[in-house]
Design a binder for this molecule. Sequence first.
Ligand code: DP6
Length: 327
Amino acid sequence: TNQKITATAHTNIALVKYWGKADQSLIIPQTDSLSLTLKAFYTTTSVVFDPRLSSDTITFDGVLASHDDQEKMSRFLDLVRAQADVSLRAAVTTVNHVPVAAGLASSASGYAALAAAASRAAGLNLSRHDLSRLARRGSGSASRSVFGGFAAWHRGTDDATSYAYPIDEQPDWDLGVMAVVLDQTTKKISSRTGMQRSVATSPFYPAWIEANEQDFDAIQVAIKAHDIESLGQITEHNALRMHALTLSAEPGFTYFNGATLAAIELVQQTRQELGGRYYFTIDAGPNVKIIGLRTDLETQLLPRMQAHFGAANVLLTAAGPGVTIQA
Ligand code: DP6
């Protein structure tokens, strides 16, 4: 210990989504999920366990974290301390590399980077398997950001059996991902609250589980075959079904805004008109991400999206790497 360790992890977008927990405190999900880790959006976090500190101090982009964030991250650091048999407090500095201020920031890259830096700083040398289990305790989707490219999170039934694993870490086909930033304000209903309400009150929840299992199997066939049409169709259906859970909850709610619907329409229209291969997905916020063939995205969709939503709000990226620890 006493050594400062820096780690970097990238965000991921779920193509077959995690939306609901079976265990709130261990973060065991109701279903398996599958995502693509993204190159352009990442978090770099440094951790040092310091005998001079009387409490954990956490800064985000140079600013001291809010009381709630401090508590959440301290609880996470407690898990690391327990595993490593360390009692020292930590100084944590986090820098988010997201091209646009907010709206795309993610707890996934944040907790994957924190898990890697904190565990190593505490003297642990975790395998990526165990690192994904640790990252999961901070935020479920963070488990998948331990791996690059396509990664899956196996639901499991307890702490030992709920982990992420690589599906295809360096997909060698011409994939691209477009992110369209439509609203930079933070979401009103956190994914944690939103999914909890969906599980507890949506009458469609059992159907979601069943459909999700089928999507999870089918998308892996599409990934293996480099079949973008099939991958894309599964991705769109899966996203819309997830958002049907929020609308059908009590009280019902949605992460979509007017611009979200306009972006969906523009994707569908352009695809129909020009015959391109690109497909949308949406997480717990209004912003739209589009996965497709990079050339189709660049030549067909990019100009239209830029014209409609402003060039600064449209970002094009590709598959990114898993978590790394800097020497
Ligand atoms: C819609 O991983 O942020 O992005 O485990 O409560 O921290 P917690 O939730 P989080 O939820 C992600 C929800 C999602 C879908 C996904 O990433 O699979």
